[in-house]
Design a protein around this ligand. Structure first.
Ligand code: G3P
Ligand code: CA
Length: 334
């Protein structure tokens, strides 16, 4: 039987860990930094981002610990794939809100340019599946995209949801809370990447966005244009030497598919030793969450963010609970 003091300490550890999972732990190096951030925002924004990190963590001889790497005992960071895409239309603001309410403070979204160069949040190369329109996004203007309904295909209650511009999504996140794992989808010119960066900077969201892509050139453009932004490389198969690739691209996070990492989970330790976090996609089962937690993975992109948040909470509660030893034989009698 643990002492009341030990129980309280365990609960505090659990609360702190859960707060980290939500990205809501005080991520600032100092109170002054916190104040500076707040003075940069026009509203009282829920604090949801990790501390700004020094770029090139993976490139030095002695990498510094990255705030993106999960502390021992902390839960998996939850990243909602295209928002809460099982319960709301993907890549919409209502999907982001559903993700937040489900406990996920990281949203994964895809960004692509319209014909006139405005970054929009859309996964497919056409608007056919997720709106009432037709055509390739890169052939449609922002005005044409603005008129589309991006909610009705999912459910009548979502009628009128817009296909968001990146600017609209960033504005929403900056006011309602949340962080963005932003996938630059498909090839982008340097100019197109520059437009994305302009939006991120103008919304003062550089410390709350991690840019990821399968496209190495998009990451190189981002690094050149915005050295302050954290970068992640998406991979469907593991590189022979993920650490070398991470150093070369100054990655903050190496982001393999679940299947790819399952072949060689030991690379997580190698990447951590180099100061690089590991974010895995797209994982929806508790069996795999358990395996990834054990492998030391930092963040999981999932279509089931509320369930992963609950799974995290249940694990922490079980660890902290004074009743834990009684669960084998049923609840304790008071
Ligand atoms: O974030 C990784 C994952 O989103 C990549 O796959 O096709 O859903 O963009 P996809
Ligand atoms: Ca994606």
């Amino acid at each position: 039987m643990r002492s009341p003091g030990a129980v309280v300490a365990s609960v505090l550890v659990a609360v702190v860990s859960l707060t980290w999972a939500a990205g809501a732990a005080s991520p600032y190096a100092s109170a002054a930094e916190h104040t500076r951030h707040r003075s940069n925002t026009s509203r009282d924004v829920p604090r949801v981002g990790p501390a700004p990190i020094a770029m090139g963590d993976a490139g030095g001889a002695t990498p510094r610990p990255s705030v993106w790497i999960r502390p021992d005992g902390a839960p998996l960071r939850v990243v909602a794939h295209r928002g809460a895409s099982l319960v709301a239309p993907e890549n919409t603001l209502v999907g982001d809100e559903a993700a937040r309410r489900g406990g996920a403070w990281w949203i994964e979204s895809d960004v692509q340019p319209s014909r006139d160069g405005v970054p929009h949040v859309l996964h497919d190369s056409t608007v056919d599946r997720t709106t009432d329109g037709r055509g390739a996004i890169r052939d449609l203007t922002a005005a044409e995209l603005r008129g589309l309904d991006a909610g009705s295909w999912f459910g009548a209650q979502y009628a009128g949801q817009h296909l968001p511009t990146l600017a609209a999504q960033l504005e929403d996140l900056s006011t309602r809370g949340g962080n963005l794992l932003l996938e630059i989808k498909g090839p982008h010119t340097r100019r197109q990447v520059a437009r994305i960066i302009t939006e991120i900077r103008s919304h003062r969201m550089t410390d709350r966005v991690l840019v990821q892509s399968f496209d190495v050139n998009a990451l190189r453009h981002t690094r050149e244009l915005a050295p302050e932004l954290a970068l992640g490389l998406l991979r469907g198969t593991l590189d022979a030497d993920p650490v070398a690739v991470s150093k070369e691209l100054s990655l903050t996070s190496y982001n393999p598919s679940d299947a790819a990492l399952a072949d060689r989970p030991a690379v997580v330790g190698d990447l951590h030793d180099a100061g690089v976090a590991v974010t895995v996609w797209t994982v929806d089962t508790a069996t795999r969450w358990r395996a990834l937690l054990a492998a030391g993975v930092d963040a999981v992109i999932t279509n089931r963010p509320a369930e992963l948040s609950g799974w995290n909470a249940a694990r922490l509660a079980a660890r902290a609970s004074p009743w834990r030893t009684a669960t084998r034989t049923g609840p304790p009698v008071l």
